[in-house]
Design a protein around this ligand. Structure first.
Ligand code: FBP
Length: 340
C-alpha cells in the first residue's frame, strides 16, 4: 500500500461521499475537514512533545477524576475551536468537560452534534506510546432554540459518522460515514492524509486477545474461563497472543487490521463502579460503529453496544469488540452458555 501512489486525499474521499449522497449541502464535508485540520495540528504537537513544554500535567483533574495532561488540554481546546469554526455544529461534548460546551458568542451554529475524546490514552503520552483522538457525529434531534441532553443521549446506531486519529509510528485517520471504513496516512512531506487502507475489513476470527490482565482478580469466573480457553492450544485453535497497549485507539486499530478481540469488561475493582472504564458516547459508540462497519461486532456482554440507550454524558459501559467469531465466542462464555 503506497499512499503517495494513490494520491487520494481524505478531502477527495469526503467530497466523493458528498457527491454520492443526494441532498448533501457540504456542511458535513466542511465539518469533517475541520476535524482533519485539528488532527494535523495535534499531530504537529505530539511529534515534538519531548522538545516543547507540552508533556506532563496541568495539575487539574477532569470530570473523570483523571489528571488533565497539557496535551489533553491543548487537543481539547483545538477541537472545540476548529469544530465551532465550521459553523455547522449545534453543540459539542468532550471527555474533558463535565457538561456540553456552548458555542462561543456570535458563532454560526448548525445541525450536527459532535462528541469527542481529544486525547485518548493520555496515561501513555509522556512515555511516547501511541495515543489518539476519537470523534462521534450525530444529527441534532431537538427542535427548540437550545440543544437539550436528548441531542447527546442518542444510541450509537444513530451516529452519522465516527472516526479516530492515531498518533503512532505514522499518523492515521480512520473514519466511516456508514459506507465502510477507510484509513488515511498523513504524508508529512505533503502535509496530506492520503488513502492507505481502503475498505478496512476486520478478519472473521483472529488470534490476538487484548485486555488489561492486571485486573484478573476483579473479573468474574465466566470471563476467566473464556481467557483460559484462549490460552489453551487445541486442535481447532492456536494459543491467543496477548497484546495490550493501554491506549484504546491503538488497541482497536490493531484489532481492526489483525482481528482478534479487545475487552474492557465490567470489573469489581471499584464495587461502586462495576461497569469498567470506557465511556459510551465518545469511546465505545464511535469505536463500536467502526468495528461493525468493518464487519466485526461490539458488545457490552449483555447486548450490542450501539443499542445501549444512554442515560448520562460520561457513562461507562463494558466493551467487548473485534472479530465476529471471537466476540460471539466470548459472549457465549461470558453469558455462561459455554464454560470450556
Ligand atoms: P483516556 O486516556 O482518554 O482517559 O482513555 C482511557 C484509556 O486510556 C483507554 O485509552 C485505554 O483503553 C484504557 O483507558 C486503559 O485503561 P487501563 O489502564 O485501566 O487498562
Amino acid at each position: 500500500m503506497n499512499p503517495s501512489g494513490t494520491g487520494i486525499t481524505i478531502t477527495n474521499h469526503i467530497l466523493e461521499q458528498q457527491y454520492a449522497s443526494a441532498g448533501a449541502t457540504g456542511a458535513f464535508t466542511h465539518l469533517l475537514n475541520e476535524i482533519v485540520m485539528a488532527a494535523k495540528i495535534i499531530n504537529s504537537e505530539t511529534t515534538k512533545a519531548g522538545l516543547v513544554d507540552i508533556l506532563g500535567s496541568t495539575g487539574r483533574r477532569n470530570v473523570q477524576g483523571e489528571t488533565v495532561k497539557k496535551l489533553d488540554e491543548f487537543a481539547h481546546g483545538l477541537m472545540v475551536d476548529r469544530l465551532y469554526r465550521s459553523g455547522h455544529v449545534a453543540m459539542l461534548a468532550s471527555e474533558e468537560d463535565a457538561d456540553p460546551i456552548d458555542p462561543p458568542r456570535d458563532t454560526k451554529v448548525g445541525e450536527y452534534i459532535v462528541m469527542f475524546d481529544p486525547l485518548d490514552g493520555s496515561s501513555n503520552i509522556d512515555a511516547n506510546v501511541s495515543i489518539g483522538t476519537i470523534f462521534s457525529i450525530l444529527k441534532r434531534v431537538s427542535t427548540g432554540p437550545e440543544c437539550t441532553m436528548a441531542d447527546f443521549l442518542q444510541p450509537g446506531f444513530k451516529q452519522v459518522a465516527a472516526g479516530y486519529v492515531l498518533y503512532g509510528s505514522s499518523t492515521m485517520l480512520v473514519y466511516s460515514t456508514g459506507n465502510g471504513v477507510s484509513g488515511f496516512t498523513l504524508d508529512p512531506s505533503v502535509g496530506e492524509f492520503l488513502l492507505s487502507h481502503p475498505n478496512i475489513t476486520v478478519p472473521q476470527r483472529g488470534k490476538i486477545v487484548s485486555a488489561n490482565m492486571g485486573y484478573w482478580d476483579y473479573w468474574d469466573d465466566n470471563l476467566k474461563n473464556y481467557l483460559r480457553y484462549l490460552r489453551a492450544k487445541t486442535d481447532t485453535k492456536p494459543v491467543y497472543s496477548l497484546r495490550y497497549i493501554g491506549s484504546m485507539v491503538a488497541d482497536i486499530h490493531r484489532t481492526l487490521l489483525y482481528g482478534g478481540i479487545f475487552l474492557y469488561p465490567n470489573d469489581t475493582k471499584d464495587p461502586k463502579k462495576p461497569w469498567g472504564k470506557l465511556r459510551l458516547l465518545y469511546e465505545c459508540n464511535p469505536m463500536g460503529y467502526l468495528i461493525e462497519q468493518a464487519g466485526g461486532l461490539a458488545d457490552t456482554g449483555k447486548g450490542r453496544v450501539l443499542e445501549v440507550e444512554p442515560t448520562e454524558l460520561h457513562q461507562r459501559v463494558p466493551f467487548i469488540a473485534g472479530s465476529r467469531e471471537d466476540v460471539e465466542e466470548a459472549i457465549a462464555f461470558i453469558s455462561g452458555q459455554r464454560c470450556e
